[in-house]
Design a protein around this ligand. Structure first.
Ligand SMILES: [Zn+2]
Length: 171
């Protein structure tokens, strides 16, 4: 069964709900249909498109950002399972968590000091900073937007959602 991405009135991703709940929101006119599957649902009296993305009619205030620790998994997910030095995607098992300023030199495990790195790049960089190693990061790492991150983690096969979900560095 599909799940449905809910966007705020401002088009920010808000949550993921069941098709059933989405249909209730649509029928109560609390949300509008943004994207639907090709198949239709056949209810007693009507046939409805299966919603994939809906948008709330009213703005919902998003609670303040929840603190989320950078872990190997969450960092690899943020970095899209791509080495942030050479840009290859060698698969989860071949990626490491690189401390940009090495731990041995006081580098912290914080969102702005860790990046996904393939084993080759990690070994090559060794105990150096990117500048010292002449290995530039493809983008400045930062704390991902919590909700976008959660949604991305859940999205999986739902490629359609990706255009509504952005990872924002910083904040
Ligand atoms: Zn690499």
């Amino acid at each position: 069964m599909h799940r449905v991405l809910v966007l705020n009135a401002t088009y920010e991703p808000l949550s993921i709900i069941s098709v059933q709940r989405a249909i209730i929101l649509l029928l109560k006119e609390k949300a509008e249909l943004i994207e639907a599957a090709e198949e239709r649902l056949h209810a007693a009296r009507a046939s409805l498109p299966v919603p994939l993305v809906i948008r709330l009619v009213y703005y919902v205030r998003i609670p303040r950002q929840v603190t989320m620790a950078p872990t190997r998994h969450s960092v690899l997910l943020r970095d899209n399972f791509t080495c942030q030095y050479c840009g290859t995607a060698p698969g989860r098992a071949n990626l490491t968590l690189d401390h940009i300023l090495p731990r041995s030199r006081g580098g912290q495990t914080s969102w702005d000091n860790v990046a996904a790195a393939c084993k080759t790049c990690n070994v090559r960089k060794g105990n150096r900073t990117p500048e010292e190693a002449g290995m530039l990061l493809r983008r400045r790492p930062g704390r991902p937007h919590y909700l976008a991150f959660l949604l991305l983690a859940q999205a999986g096969a739902q490629d359609l959602w990706s255009k509504y979900i952005f990872l924002e560095a910083g904040t």
